[in-house]
Write a protein that binds this ligand. Structure first.
Ligand SMILES: Cc1cc2nc3c(=O)[nH]c(=O)nc-3n(C[C@H](O)[C@H](O)[C@H](O)COP(=O)(O)OP(=O)(O)OC[C@H]3O[C@@H](n4cnc5c(N)ncnc54)[C@H](O)[C@@H]3O)c2cc1C
Length: 391
C-alpha cells in the first residue's frame, strides 16, 4: 500500500490545476453575471484544453480519448471540481461512457464525434413523475416496422440546450416484469423531438437544465443502445464511474477549494486583536473540514482502485457519492460561517459555491437512495463491507 503519486500523476494534477486556475476560474464571475458562457470563450478553452490532451480523458485511447485509469480520472476530476460545471463541460468534455456500449457503427456515429469535441450529449432519464424510481418512467418506445416510435418526456436534463443528442431511457415492453427499460440514442434534430423550457436552478449558472418532449419520434434499430431491456443495467454500470468522477471527485475538489479559502481568511481576518484562526470555534470548523475532505478522498481513490481491478465497485461508488456530497455541504456551510457576512455576500465566490454545493446531494441519485443501496448490500453481504479482514 502506498499513497505517493507517481511522477506522471503529479504532472497530471499540477498541469490541470494550473489550467483551471489560469484559464477557467477567471471566467467564473462573468458566467455567473451573464448566466451563460460566451461561445467564443467556450471555443477558446476547448481548443486550449484539447491541445494539452485534457479533453475526454476518461475515454479509452483507442477511441481518441485520454485513456486514463479510474484512479487517474479521479485525480483529474478532483481538479475539475475546483471550478464551475459549465466551464468543466466545455473545457474537458462530458463524454458518457455509456456510449462505449454501442456497436462499431454507433461508436462511429455518436461516440467518436463527442471525443473529438464536435458533438455533445446529455443523459435523459428523469421524468416529472419518475426521478429516484428510474424504472417508473412513462416514456415509451413502441416497436413499429423493425424500429421504434418514441413518445413521452423528460426534465432537468443538464446541458440540454447545447447537446446535439440525448441518451434517452424508455419502456420497450410495458407488460414485462421487471419493467423493460432500454436506452436510445436520439438526435435533437429528429422530427418530433422538442426542447422545452430551460428550468431555472438555485446554482450551476451557465448550464441549462431542460424539459424534453418526444412526439412520435421514429427511431431505427440502430438507435437502440446495448440491447432491449438492458437500459437500467447499462445506466447503473456505466454511469457509476461518471458518478464517482463528476459527483464524488468534483465535490471533493470544491470542498478543497473552500477549505483553502477558509484557512486563508482565518489567518488574515483580525477581530478582538487577533486572527480569527486563533479562536477555537473557528479551528474546529477548519479541523472538521480537513478531516472530512481527506476521509472522502481516501474512499474515492479506493473506489477507483476497485474499478481499475475490474471489480464491482457499486457499493463503494454509493458510499463515495454520499460521503463526498455531504462533506461538500458541511464544508460549504462552514466556509460561509468563517467568512461571516462576506460569506453571504455575492461579492465573494463562497456564496456561489455554497449554492452550487447543494445539488450534489440530489442529482445522480439522492443521498437517501444511495443509503438504501449501501444498507441493502450491508444486510446481504455483511462484514466484508466494513471489516478489513473478513472474507
Ligand atoms: C440541477 C439538476 C441536474 C440534473 N441533471 C439530470 C440529467 O442530466 N439527467 C437526468 O436524467 N436527470 C437529471 N437530474 C435529475 C436528478 O437526477 C433527480 O432530481 C434525482 O434523481 C431525484 O429525483 P427527483 O427530483 O424526482 O426526486 P424524488 O425521486 O421525487 O425524491 C424526492 C425525495 O424523496 C426521497 N426518496 C425517494 N425515494 C425514496 C426511497 N425509496 N427511500 C427514501 N427516500 C426516498 C428522495 O431521496 C428525495 O429526498 C437533474 C436534477 C437537477 C436538479
Amino acid at each position: 500500500m502506498q499513497f505517493d503519486l507517481t511522477d506522471e500523476q503529479s504532472l497530471l494534477v499540477s498541469t490541470i490545476r494550473r489550467f483551471v486556475e489560469t484559464e477557467l476560474i477567471p471566467l467564473e464571475d462573468e458566467v455567473e453575471a451573464a448566466g451563460a458562457l460566451d461561445p467564443a470563450k467556450a471555443r477558446a478553452i476547448f481548443e486550449k484544453s484539447r491541445t494539452l490532451g485534457f479533453y475526454a480523458m476518461n475515454i479509452p485511447g483507442q477511441y481518441g480519448g485520454g485513456g486514463l485509469s479510474a484512479v487517474d480520472t479521479m485525480l483529474a476530476e478532483e481538479q475539475f471540481g475546483h471550478t464551475t460545471d459549465i466551464l468543466v463541460r466545455r473545457a474537458f468534455g462530458n463524454v458518457y461512457e455509456s456510449l462505449l456500449e454501442g456497436d462499431a457503427e454507433q461508436k462511429a456515429r455518436w461516440l467518436l464525434p463527442c471525443v473529438r469535441g464536435e458533438r455533445t450529449c446529455s443523459i435523459a432519464i428523469t421524468e416529472p413523475h419518475a426521478g429516484s424510481d428510474a424504472a417508473g418512467i412513462r416514456t415509451s418506445a413502441a416497436k413499429r416496422g423493425g424500429g421504434y416510435v418514441l413518445n413521452g418526456g423528460k426534465h432537468f436534463i443538464s446541458d440540454g440546450l447545447h447537446s446535439d443528442f440525448f441518451i434517452v431511457s424508455a419502456v420497450t415492453d410495458p407488460a414485462a416484469r421487471p419493467r423493460h427499460v432500454s436506452l436510445f440514442l436520439v438526435d435533437k434534430d429528429l422530427p418530433g423531438v422538442l426542447v422545452g423550457r430551460d428550468q431555472p436552478m438555485m446554482g450551476l449558472a451557465g448550464t441549462s437544465h431542460v424539459e424534453l418532449f418526444f412526439e412520435d419520434v421514429k427511431l431505427g434499430p440502430g438507435h437502440l443502445l446495448g440491447g432491449e431491456g438492458r437500459g437500467l443495467e447499462i445506466a447503473y454500470s456505466t454511469l457509476g464511474r461518471v458518478r464517482l468522477g463528476q459527483v464524488g471527485a468534483r465535490a471533493i475538489g470544491k470542498a478543497s477549494r473552500l477549505a483553502t479559502m477558509m484557512t486563508g481568511h482565518a489567518n488574515e481576518r483580525v477581530q478582538f486583536g487577533k486572527p480569527i484562526g486563533e479562536f477555537q470555534m473557528i479551528q474546529q470548523m477548519i479541523a472538521d473540514s480537513v478531516i472530512e475532505i481527506n476521509a472522502a478522498r481516501l474512499m474515492l481513490l479506493r473506489a477507483a482502485w476497485e474499478i481499475d481491478r475490474g471489480r464491482d465497485a457499486r457499493d463503494w461508488i454509493s458510499m463515495v457519492k454520499i460521503e463526498a456530497a455531504e462533506t461538500l455541504g458541511r464544508v460549504a456551510d462552514r466556509a460561509v460561517q468563517v467568512f461571516g457576512g462576506m460569506g453571504y455576500c455575492a461579492a465573494l465566490p463562497v456564496e456561489r459555491l455554497y449554492r452550487d454545493a447543494r445539488i450534489f446531494r440530489i442529482f445522480d441519485g439522492t443521498s437517501e437512495i444511495h443509503r438504501t443501496v449501501v444498507a441493502r448490500s450491508a444486510l446481504r453481504r455483511g462484514a466484508p463491507m466494513w471489516d478489513i479482514g473478513a472474507a
